[in-house]
Design a protein around this ligand. Sequence first.
Ligand code: FES
Length: 110
Amino acid sequence: MSRKTSEPKETRITNHPILTFNRGKKVTFYFEGKPMQGYLGETIAAALVANGIKVFRYTEKHKRARGFFCAVGKCSSCLMVVDGVPNTMVCMEPLREGIRVERQHGRGKL
Ligand code: FES
């Protein structure tokens, strides 16, 4: 049995016993210059994780990797640079067509 590995595996939850997911139009956004696909109605964080991106930023002092943690805007683990704006909480920020998302290093600079 052979296994295809060229296509990214779909990691979005599509069926849930309690929650419903209303997926909008498919859009393209850019992560560190690389085009990726996501859906209107989901957060930037959800689209990144669905595309296999788990590291969102690095801490200032120890350069430790941080990613999706609380997913409800309480921990600041997911701060990224979105369209040039640092400290954007991507677990709360809706995905939009054509946005540019970058990993944040340290506190972020304006
Ligand atoms: S993951 Fe905790 S604030 Fe975004």
